[in-house]
Ligand binder design. Sequence first.
Ligand code: DOR
Ligand code: ZN
Length: 346
Amino acid sequence: MRWPGLIDPHVHMREPGGTHKEDWSSGTAAALAGGFTQVLAMPNTDPPVVDNRSLTMVHGLAEKKAHCDFAQYLGATPDNAKTACKLAHKSAGLKLYLDQTYGPLRLDSMALWQSHLQAWPADFPVVAHAEGRTMAAVILLAALSQRPLHLAHVATREEILLVKAAKERGINITCEVTPHHLFLTIDDLADGWREVRPRLGTGSDVAALWENLPVIDCFATDHAPHTAAEKVGENTPPGFPGLETALPLLLTAVHEGRMFLEDVSNRLGKNVRQIFRIPTQQDTWIEVDLEAKRTLSARHMHSKAMWTPFEGWPVRGAVQTVTLRGKKVYQDGRVLSPPGFGKGIR
Ligand code: DOR
Ligand code: ZN
């Protein structure tokens, strides 16, 4: 079957500052292997991407190294509301970190949230990492600022019901859910390995996400690679790699009758394009074998993480080829495009 290239609105490329975990070449190779031809990269790098200088620096790295097309988010800080908004047209969007996560970016005061929500142009995306009560608060502030807001990685029953209720009231929000929150509960992985933000939910949380599939606008991997060595022991960094497992997991759910093929293609394609205003790519498609039977294993992956929370899972569906702007860039496990073939989206 042939599909347009997939879009992942939430990945962590780790470059600059964490290239032992991932870099623009390995991360975008993983993207192609997963069927993604456009990725939007988060700003919690080291240094974080928060101004023109850091944005230009990352664009330079990505232009040299990326195998697929890309855009880079800007991170909101306590003092960049007035300057970041001038860079909106050059970035994937503005990322608001409102709860604890990996890296230094975090805004605690609601006054700061509001200054960003008001300054950032309403026709460019704002994405919030906001859990539980924080999510309720930021939805209200976005509504008061009369601007759209995208909620990253909705993970619990109370969150998905909150999003549903807000949408029913006509509040202009959209949301994404990750495959790991759809397919794993907190009891499925051992200490250390299971650390991710938001945390994995209970069986009831997972059931609520499935029951409210129509509320979910996009699937996003939140590809957050940390190495296997880093995931062992105490205080392990939160995050899972996800680019190379998302599509087969979702296609397996289709195979099992848990959702329709269109539920997947819209949430990894059309809906993401609309919300994030991403232009269509000319002559770009993926060929997917829907029937292929495989066992997921990090051994076959391109990410530097070298592990997956889905190791050993039997799945249906495999990406056979990826064609990007008329050139075959991936075939049966091998990336064929040179680093730098990827282009900036903005
Ligand atoms: O688990 C997570 N890891 N959640 C985040 O929000 C950040 C990410 C990371 O950068 O490692
Ligand atoms: Zn993330």
